[in-house]
Design a protein around this ligand. Sequence first.
Ligand code: SAM
Length: 160
Amino acid sequence: MSRLDKFINRMTSQRACLNHAANLTSDMPGPVYELGLGNGRTYHHMVEIMPGREVYVFERAVASHPESTPPDEMLMLGDVYETLPQALERFGPTASLIHADLGGHNPKKNDEFARSISKVIEPMLAKGGLMVASDRMYFEGLTEQPLPEGAVEGSCFIYG
Ligand code: SAM
C-alpha cells in the first residue's frame, strides 16, 4: 500500500472513530484528553464535534497551526510520562474520551511506546469512557471495540 493510501486511511479512520466515540460518550461529564497535538488537526476536529466539553491537550512542544492551538489553561505541556500522572492526580479517573496520536514514522518504536504508555493511560479513563488510538494499545482491563463504518481496520483502534 502506498504511503499516500496509508495516510488517507489514517485520517479517514481518525475522523470516523472520533465522531463515533464522541457520540457514544456524549452524556458523560468528564474531560476529554488529546494526547499529541502536532499540527492540531484532530484537536480542532474534537473541539468542533464536542462543543461544551472540556478538551485538555498533552504535548511536549507546541507547533500547531494558529487556528488549532489550545488556550494555555487547556494545555498540559511536557512529556506525557510526567503530565498524565499529574492529570490523574488532579482529575482522578474521570476522562470520558482519550485520543492518542503520539507516534512518529517508525512502527517498531511506536509499538514499544504504545506498550509502555498503555499502563499510564488506562487508569485515567472513567468507567464507560472510550480510548481512540492510532496505534494498537496494550491494556489489562480495557477491550478492543468494533470500528465504526468508514474506519479502516489497523488504521485506528477503539478501547473501552
Ligand atoms: N493528531 C495530530 C494532528 O492531527 O495534527 C498529530 C499528532 S503528531 C503525529 C504526534 C505528536 O505527539 C507530536 O507533536 C509530538 O511532539 C507529540 N509527542 C510524542 N511523544 C510525546 C511525549 N512523550 N510527550 C508529549 N508529546 C509527545
